[in-house]
Design a protein around this ligand. Structure first.
Ligand code: PHE
Length: 365
């Protein structure tokens, strides 16, 4: 007699296309994770409403990678080995995206970091480009140059730089700023390092006060900026504080950092139609103005899904090729990738003033 026919397993190419979203939902910088997740999920929802991609539904697999190497590596292995994803959106933090990129590259999984700005995310040790790794944001050498030029344009000539030696992003941006600052004729009157465990910055801030630096460059995330800015006020530091995209958070202490400037990827005040539509849809859905992390996660997801559609295939090797050749207008600008898989895009300089963050100027590459 015939054995009962087993129910047909769905063919691999008719089930949903899974996209992993690796974001720091807990750990030191949770607002980065929430915005990233929400931006990516909104993009996926919009695509699903139009019928998905390649005629298949898109399914998000969200993991908390904590802006920290070990949990990030575990999350990457989990989504690749257990969930069998071919695509990763994430991480936010360079120090988590770099170890994830090693795994994704080795396993042939496409990774687009929405926001990791350290050059090593997409580069191998020998300087060649990782085939499967891309990002949706500009990189730190550009961001450092933008802030150095901006500060010197305001007439400042002396800067004090403080940074977390153990954070790839913070260290890289501090180095980039120092290089551009001195090349443009500025003087670095002091440079001090701390660790991510530190909470008392009074010894360094006493040196900053003594140096009378016009600019205090602090390229860290909002959680550290909040601590340093509050203590700087107590110590009587009068330097104008400046930093990079890591300041971008609804939890930035606007009172402590009042008067500070930072570079960022986008401004919700931008009047381009893409930005206006995105800000409207996001605030309707989530009841909050989208920050740069939400915008870039949304953009990274659009880049990925457009590349899958252009490749006409769920094969990550073909999707990586389609990405390398893409040209797409997204919320944060017009994206095409250079040979290192970095988009060439403008930066926005923003100022913290009277309890809110306002657009100051846009700087083209
Ligand atoms: N650029 C930061 C990094 O590489 C992450 C970040 C981007 C944080 C944008 C805030 C806003 O670690």
């Amino acid at each position: 007699c015939q054995p009962a026919a087993a129910p047909a397993a769905p063919a691999a190419d008719t089930g949903p296309i899974k996209v992993a979203v690796l974001a720091p939902l807990s750990g030191p910088v949770p607002t980065f994770g929430v915005s990233t997740r929400d931006g990516a999920l909104m993009a996926i929802e919009e695509w699903n409403a139009k019928g998905g991609v390649l005629g298949r539904k898109i399914e998000a697999v969200v993991e908390d990678s904590q802006c920290t190497p070990d949990p990030a590596v575990n999350a990457a292995n989990k989504v690749i080995d257990q969930d069998k994803v071919h695509y990763i959106i994430g991480e936010v933090c360079s120090k988590a995206s770099i170890p994830i990129s090693e795994i994704a590259e080795a396993k042939g999984v496409v990774q687009i970091s929405p926001t990791s700005t350290n050059p090593d995310v997409t580069l191998k040790a020998d300087g060649s480009t990782k085939k499967y790794i891309f990002r949706a944001c500009f990189i730190d050498p550009f961001q450092g140059l933008v802030m150095a030029k901006f500060a010197q344009g305001k007439g400042y000539k002396t800067a004090f730089i403080m940074f977390d030696q153990g954070n790839d992003y913070v260290r890289g941006l501090a180095e980039a700023f120092e290089k551009s600052w001195t090349e443009a004729g500025g003087t670095v009157v002091g440079k001090e390092t701390y660790t991510s465990q530190d909470t008392d910055f009074s010894a360094i801030l006493a040196k900053v006060a003594e140096s009378k630096a016009e600019v205090l460059f602090l390229p860290d995330y909002y959680n550290i900026v909040n601590l340093v800015a509050a203590q700087a006020k107590e110590k009587g530091v009068t330097s104008v504080m400046m930093g990079g995209d890591g300041w971008d958070s609804p939890d930035l202490d606007a009172k402590a950092s009042d008067g500070g400037f930072f570079s960022n990827h986008y401004s919700p005040e931008d009047t381009r139609a893409k930005v206006v539509d995105f800000v409207k849809a996001y605030s309707t859905k989530y009841g909050a103005t989208p920050d740069a992390l939400a915008a870039l996660a949304y953009d990274a997801t659009y880049l990925l899904l457009t590349a899958i559609e252009k490749a006409g295939s769920d094969d990550p090797a073909k999707v990586a090729e389609a990405l390398a050749a893409i040209e797409l207008e997204v919320v944060s600008g017009k994206v095409s990738f250079d040979k290192s898989h970095n988009p060439i895009k403008a930066a926005a300089v923003l100022q913290v003033k009277d309890g809110k963050v306002s657009f100051v100027e846009s700087v083209a590459p």
